[in-house]
Design a protein around this ligand. Structure first.
Ligand code: AP5
Length: 214
């Protein structure tokens, strides 16, 4: 199956995508992670994307579509986390899959109120080395602010400052939320209650996917 994970920033898309990919063998493609890596390495894409990301705005569609075309694997079996984020991106994805003879099976909407989003994002820390994601209250590292896997000091993302979080939420509502209707009209949308503990959300997610997959 090919899946899209949709939803506001901080709803837990990345956390759940990593778990599902690890257990079920999906390939997890996070456009946010790919862009952050490009920024870190100073590639041409990273140089173009950096300012948009720091302001909480979307990177232009043409750059994003080119990135997805480059990384999407031939065999599919993918979780797209953070792509598409606009209607033109969704149309470009449909065209790309069509050419490959593949389909999008499900779009999972992570549903979470804004106040919980802000709490999740302000407590988030990530490992600059392996990309592992923690939450200082809900999913803390074993040792204070150090990655469990690499022992490296955890960092707070530049775009997890409060004013940038608000801009990301605004951008989500205006540019990305229209995808909910886009996928509902295609009959492939599932809405997932993304509140509660990580394991609780994960069980709900697997149940929802299994039901649709049957
Ligand atoms: P991106 O990295 O995709 O950011 P996002 O969509 O804003 O998503 P987040 O990574 O913030 O949240 P998430 O839902 O993955 O939550 P997480 O699992 O980490 O994009 C960043 C930027 O890149 C964009 O702003 C844009 O500029 C650019 N970009 C990317 N894709 C683009 C595209 N297609 N087009 C244009 N521009 C693009 O969880 C959050 C926190 O909560 C963590 O601390 C986690 O530990 C914790 N947590 C998770 N689940 C739970 C739970 N159940 N209970 C308690 N805590 C939890």
């Amino acid at each position: 199956m090919n899946l899209v994970f949709l939803g506001p920033p901080g709803a837990g898309k990345g956390t759940q995508a990593k778990k599902l990919a690890e257990e079920k063998g999906y390939i997890h493609i996070s456009t946010g992670d790919l862009l952050r890596e490009a920024v870190r390495k100073g590639t041409p894409l990273g140089k173009k994307a950096r300012e948009y990301m720091e302001r909480g705005e979307l990177v232009p569609d043409d750059l994003m579509v080119a990135l997805i075309e480059e990384v999407f694997p031939e065999g599919g079996g993918v979780i797209l986390d953070g792509f598409p984020r606009t209607i033109p991106q969704a149309r470009a994805l449909d065209e790309m899959l069509d050419k490959k003879g593949a389909v999008l099976d499900l779009a999972v909407l992570f549903d979470l109120p804004d106040e919980v989003v802000v709490e999740r994002l302000s407590g988030r820390r990530s490992c600059p080395n392996c990309g592992a994601v923690y939450h200082m209250k809900y999913n803390p590292p074993k040792e204070d602010e150090m990655c469990d896997r690499c022992g490296v000091k955890l960092i707070q993302r530049e775009d997890d400052r409060e004013e940038v979080i608000r801009e990301r939420l605004r951008v989500y509502r205006t540019r990305t939320a229209p995808l909910v209707d886009y996928y509902r009209d295609k009959g492939i949308l599932i809405t997932l209650d993304a509140s509660g503990q990580i394991e609780e959300v994960y069980s709900r997610l697997k149940r929802a996917i299994d039901e649709k997959g049957d």
